[in-house]
Design a protein around this ligand. Structure first.
Ligand SMILES: [Zn+2]
Length: 69
């Protein structure tokens, strides 16, 4: 089956820090005026993580950023 080409949220693929799979996805989310975080999800090991400006942050930090809006 051929899926229509769509621009979804998937922006890029990154290497999973947990299992090393090279096809973990990265999704950029904008949380405020000038705050952007990337959500990453690996479909091989289901490892999920966030980072902001290249630094891994935990979910608590993400929620803080959301709340700060
Ligand atoms: Zn993984």
């Amino acid at each position: 089956m051929r899926l229509p080409r769509s621009r979804r949220w998937v922006e890029s693929t990154v290497v999973c820090g947990n299992c090393g799979a090279a096809d973990a996805i990265g999704i950029r989310l904008r949380l405020g005026e000038d705050t952007e975080v990337d959500f990453h999800s690996c479909h091989r090991c289901e490892h999920r993580w966030w980072d902001a400006e290249g630094e891994v942050i935990d979910l608590t930090t993400v929620l803080d950023l959301v709340r700060r809006r």
